[in-house]
Every structure is written in structure tokens, then in C-alpha cells.
Ligand binder design. Structure first.
Ligand SMILES: Nc1ccn([C@@H]2O[C@H](COP(=O)(O)OP(=O)(O)OP(=O)(O)O)[C@@H](O)[C@H]2O)c(=O)n1
Ligand SMILES: C[C@](O)(CO)[C@H](O)COP(=O)(O)O
Length: 234
């Protein structure tokens, strides 16, 4: 199996309200993005594709990849308007890297660059599930009661908590499966809001997406208070 990580850093981080995108803020003494790259660097994956904003490509190369010796990064590509556009650009680069390998023999690990607390154990859990099922996502069972709420702010339903999982990354797929999902998604003019890659596999293929155990500490930096929490976890 060839193993390629796709690390996403093409977002603007609008909910963070900072001058620079959240993935470049300093967390402890390193940029947020460093931690995800380092986790894959230290894993047994073969290579990393980093996707970043068009104007940040050179900065990523010199100030993060080269500076911290992340030498498994084999391509740095420009992101797109939506998260899924960024993933798609990175997938094309990953396929180039694996040109000599059958897509069924390639695993793609898609990870948010804004999730710095990823661990070796989570990567391993996802890998095992992807090898067995072809498609998986890191996730944890929800701890709170979740309600469906009307636009007016009233509870309309309380789903059985035992059926609810909170979805994280990495999301790991066999290359043929995620490629097929993306091709069908772009052909669909009525695709609506898409927030993760597992959703595409659920919607556009018949491959069930397996939950692989993530961690409650594997948070995504989204709003300012997340920086302090992530620093504690790290
Ligand atoms: N067009 C985009 C949008 C998001 N991402 C990446 O996807 C991950 C998760 O997305 P999210 O937390 O939603 O990031 P942002 O879109 O940057 O944040 P916001 O929604 O607050 O603007 C982040 O690592 C982000 O950089 C990306 O690569 N390209
Ligand atoms: C993929 C993801 O991290 C799963 O939780 C998430 O969907 C990323 O985007 P979001 O816009 O912050 O939900």
C-alpha cells in the first residue's frame, strides 16, 4: 500500500477573527500547521501533499516545511474557494505522486491543518479501518445531548445519543473510492453544503464509511478559545 497524507491549510479562518489565517498562528512555539505536518512526518506514511492559499505557498515552503525539516512534503498546491475544492486540488497532486501504483493500492489520509493535536494512535486507528473498509473517518461518540432546533430556536427533536458521533479528521480513503466520489460530486449541480469528505463517499458511492476512534483532544482550531485548549493538550 502507498500512503499519502493531504494536509489542508487553504482556509481563511474567518471564525477566528485574526489578522492571519489560524493555521499560521503560533501555538506554543510553532505554527498551528506544523503539528499536523509533524505527526504525518513521524508516521509511516510515504509522502505529504500540503494545500495552502495561493499567496502562502512560498511562505509554507520556506517558513514551515523547510524550516522544520518536514521532508515528506512532496508537493505544495494552491487551495480553492471551498474546502472540497482544496481537497480536490491536493488529490490531483497525490494521484501524480502515486502514478505508478494502482488506485486500489493507495490510501489517502485527508487532514485539517487546523487540527494540531492528532496523535500516532489516531492515525493508526484510521489506517486499520481504511485498510479493512476502504473509507473511514476519525470520530468520537458525542457526550452531550444533541437537539434538532427550529429556525425560531425551539427544540423539535432529540436524536438518540447512541447513534451520534462527532466527526474529526483524518478521514482516510482508498484512492479509487475518494476519486470516484469527487468526480460524481463535481458532476452534481445540486450539491448543497459539503463539510467533509466522508459526506461525499456516503452520498456518491455505495461504500459505507467506518468510524475509527479519534480522541476528544483532537480538536479543530476554530474560534479563539481553541488556541489555549490546544496548547494544553499538546
Ligand atoms: N477553502 C478551504 C477551506 C478550508 N480549508 C481547510 O480546511 C480545514 C477545516 O476548515 P475550517 O475549520 O472550516 O477552516 P476555515 O474555512 O479556514 O475556517 P472558517 O470556516 O472559520 O473560515 C482547515 O485546516 C482549513 O485551512 C481549506 O484548505 N480550504
Ligand atoms: C472535516 C471537519 O473537520 C469534520 O469535523 C469539518 O467538517 C471541517 O469544516 P467545518 O466547516 O469547520 O465544519
Amino acid at each position: 500500500m502507498k500512503k499519502i497524507a493531504v494536509v489542508l491549510a487553504g482556509g481563511r479562518g474567518s471564525r477566528m477573527n485574526s489578522d492571519i489565517p489560524k493555521q499560521y498562528l503560533m501555538l506554543k512555539d510553532r505554527p498551528v500547521l506544523y503539528y499536523a505536518l509533524k505527526a504525518f512526518q513521524d508516521s509511516d506514511i510515504d509522502s505529504i501533499v500540503l494545500a495552502a492559499g495561493e499567496n502562502d505557498l512560498e511562505m509554507c515552503r520556506t517558513q514551515i516545511v523547510e524550516k522544520y525539516g518536514i521532508n515528506k512534503v512532496m508537493a505544495i498546491v494552491a487551495g480553492g474557494a471551498q474546502r472540497y475544492d482544496t481537497v480536490y486540488n491536493a488529490l490531483k497532486a497525490a494521484q501524480e505522486l502515486a502514478i505508478d501504483t494502482a488506485p486500489e493500492e493507495v490510501l489517502i489520509y485527508i487532514h485539517d491543518g487546523a487540527r494540531p493535536c492528532i496523535s500516532r494512535e489516531i492515525i493508526k486507528n484510521c489506517e486499520e479501518a481504511a485498510l479493512q473498509y476502504g473509507a473511514c473517518t476519525a470520530a468520537v461518540p458525542v457526550k452531550d445531548t444533541i437537539k434538532v432546533v427550529s429556525p425560531e430556536g425551539f427544540a423539535v427533536d432529540t436524536p438518540d445519543r447512541n447513534t451520534l458521533w462527532q466527526i474529526q479528521t483524518p478521514q482516510v480513503f482508498r484512492s479509487d473510492i475518494i476519486s470516484s466520489a469527487y468526480a460524481k460530486m463535481y458532476a452534481d449541480t445540486d450539491r448543497g453544503t459539503i463539510t467533509d469528505d466522508a459526506m461525499l463517499v456516503e452520498r456518491y458511492t455505495d461504500v459505507p464509511v467506518k468510524m475509527a476512534m479519534g480522541a476528544y483532544t483532537n480538536i479543530k482550531i476554530t474560534t479563539p478559545e481553541d488556541m489555549g485548549i490546544a496548547a494544553q493538550y499538546l
